[in-house]
Design a protein around this ligand. Structure first.
Ligand code: FO1
Length: 314
C-alpha cells in the first residue's frame, strides 16, 4: 500500500508520526509532500520550518514542548547576533538547528535542488518516510497587513513570529506559486498512491500553498487515489497554531464543516472530523466522526486507520 500525505506545520509533523506507525504495521510506504511556503532566508541561511519539523519529529530530535526546532537546544549564536543588533532579532535560530541550515544553504549554493538537499539531510535523521518539498522553486507565503499605518505584504514568519498574527490581515499570497513546478516525485507520489491524506494542518498557510503549485490539484483529481482530509479544527478551535486567524481572514467559519467546505467536494472524497463535530456536514463529501486528538502516536495511528476505512468506504 502507498500512502501520500500533504502536510505542513507542527500538527502535520505529529500526524505523520501516526501515519508512520500505521504504515509500519501494514507494511505500507509513506511519502510526505511538505509545504515550503513558510521557508525564509534569515542571516544568510535558508530555513525550511515545515521540512525540518517533520525531519526532527520523525527523527526523534524535535523539542516537544516548544513544538519547533531541536530538543536540548542552546542559543549562543542567537545571543551573539542580538549583541550585534543583527536583525531580525525576533526570530530564534538555535545552535543545533543552525547546523542544519548551514548544510542546506551550502548545498543549495552548490546547485543542488531542495528535494535532493532534503534527501541528503534525511540520511542522518532516517524519518522512515520519503520527504518531498512541494516544489524546488521559490514559493513563499506573504501576508497583506496594515502595520504602522501602512498596508504592505510581509513574510509569513514575520506575521506569525513577530506579530503573532495580531495585525489587521487582508490576505495571503503565495509568491512564486504560478511559476513553480512540483518537485521531482510529487505528482508521481500523488498519482501512484492508494490513498492521499490531507494532514490536520493549517488549510490556509500549510495545505493551500501545496495546492497552489500548478499540477498538484490536477494530480489529485486525475489520480485514482481517494483524497481523505483530516480536520484541523475540533469543536470550533484549531488543534494548534493559527488556523483560526487565517480562516477568519478568508471569511471562512472556524469549524470542521467550514474547513471541509473550503477544500470542497472537488478535492475531497472523505472528511474525517472529531466526535465533537459529528454533525458537521460538507455537501457532496462523506464525513466520519472519530476522536481526533493526537495525544500520542497510538491515538494518531488509530486516526489514520479510520481515515483509511473512510477511503475504502466511499
Ligand atoms: N516560531 C516561533 O514562534 N518563534 C521563533 O523564533 C521561531 C523560529 C524558528 C526557527 C526555525 C524553524 O524551523 C521554526 C521556527 N519557528 C519559530 C516555528 C515557525 O515559525 C512556525 O511554527 C512554522 O513555520 C509554522 O509551521
Amino acid at each position: 500500500m502507498r500512502i501520500t500525505v500533504l502536510t505542513g506545520g507542527i500538527g502535520g509533523a505529529r500526524f505523520l508520526a501516526g501515519v508512520r506507525a500505521y504504515a509500519r504495521e501494514k507494511k505500507a510506504e509513506v511519502t510526505a509532500v511538505v509545504n515550503v511556503g513558510d521557508d525564509v532566508r534569515m542571516h544568510g541561511l535558508r530555513i525550511c520550518p515545515d521540512l525540518d519539523s517533520v525531519m526532527y519529529t520523525l527523527g526523534g530530535a524535535h523539542d516537544p514542548e516548544r513544538g519547533w526546532g531541536r530538543v536540548g537546544e542552546s542559543w549562543a549564536v542567537k545571543e551573539e547576533l542580538a549583541a550585534y543588533g543583527a536583525e531580525p532579532t525576533w526570530f530564534g535560530l538555535g545552535d543545533k538547528d543552525i547546523g542544519t541550515h548551514l548544510v542546506r544553504t551550502q548545498m543549495l549554493a552548490a546547485g543542488y535542488p531542495l528535494s535532493q538537499v532534503t534527501a541528503a539531510l534525511c540520511e542522518r535523521w532516517q524519518p522512515g518516510v520519503t520527504l518531498l518539498p512541494a516544489t524546488d522553486d521559490r514559493l513563499e507565503t506573504h501576508v497583506v497587513v496594515d502595520v504602522d499605518g501602512e498596508r504592505k505584504a510581509i513574510h509569513f514568519q514575520e506575521w506569525w513570529v513577530r506579530y503573532r498574527g495580531d495585525l489587521p490581515t487582508h490576505r495571503f499570497v503565495f509568491v512564486g506559486a504560478d511559476a513553480a513546478k512540483p518537485a521531482p516525485g510529487v505528482t508521481e507520489a500523488i498519482e501512484g498512491a492508494d490513498v492521499v491524506l490531507l494532514a490536520p494542518s493549517n488549510p490556509v498557510v500549510s495545505i493551500a500553498p501545496i495546492l497552489a503549485v500548478p499540477g498538484v490539484r490536477e494530480a489529485l483529481s486525475e489520480g485514482p487515489a481517494p483524497v481523505i482530509g483530516v480536520s484541523p479544527i475540533i469543536g470550533g478551535s484549531p488543534v494548534r497554531g493559527m488556523a483560526d486567524k487565517c480562516l477568519a481572514t478568508l471569511g471562512v467559519e472556524v469549524s470542521a464543516a467550514g474547513v471541509g467546505a473550503l477544500y470542497g467536494e472537488d478535492l475531497l472524497d472523505g472528511w474525517l472530523v472529531d466526535t465533537a463535530d459529528e454533525k458537521a456536514d460538507v455537501p457532496g463529501v462523506t464525513t466520519r466522526a472519530v476522536p481526533l486528538w493526537m495525544t500520542d502516536e497510538n491515538a494518531t495511528a488509530k486516526m489514520v486507520a479510520e481515515a483509511i476505512i473512510l477511503a475504502d468506504k466511499r
